[in-house]
Ligand binder design. Sequence first.
Ligand code: TMP
Length: 201
Amino acid sequence: MDGPDGCGKSTQTDRLCRWLEGQGASAATFRDPGATAVGEKIRKILLDPVHESMGADVEVLLYMAARAQLWKEKIAPALERGECVVMDRWISSTCAYQGCAGGFGVEKVIRLGGDCLERVWPDITIILDVDPDTAKGRMDRELDRMEQKGADYHRRVREGFLELAETVDRVVKVDAADSIEAVHENIVSIVAGLIGSEGRK
Ligand code: TMP
């Protein structure tokens, strides 16, 4: 589950996990970056407004490092146990934030992901698309270093996500300006379709 800050993905991730469990599946969810001791420390470095001078290249390497650790320590074991893993962000974020908005280059992010991740893309990536005004209204709290980057940066983040949904297989866009319930229903129909098509293979 991915999208610009304020798109509501944490709420929707929780709802999706509860729905999966209601279907009899075990669902595990992890936030990226984070969920491991190494990842949480990297997250702190990345989001601390004190590190104002950090460049997009350094961000890419840190996000990717946290992700590699998360895969090894949490995601791979959960998949081996047969659980459904619902990620709160993944490489699609690095593509949109650092690759597109930060100017590092989306292709370079994907190439680097291929070199250091065992799994680059999930079975499905759902991009919760939201306009900047709606997103802003949902972020009524102190902003972290990435959230503080300004309106122009965040406009490019959104463009980056939309571009991925148009160009990358199994990346789909959902309109997240709707009510929580309507967005959830939309997500469920996508995931149910995916489970159905996997079952038929
Ligand atoms: P979160 O608050 O949704 O957990 O994400 C942390 C922040 O990090 C958020 O502003 C998005 C940003 N981010 C990136 O810039 N690149 C990435 O690869 C990831 C995963 C998150």
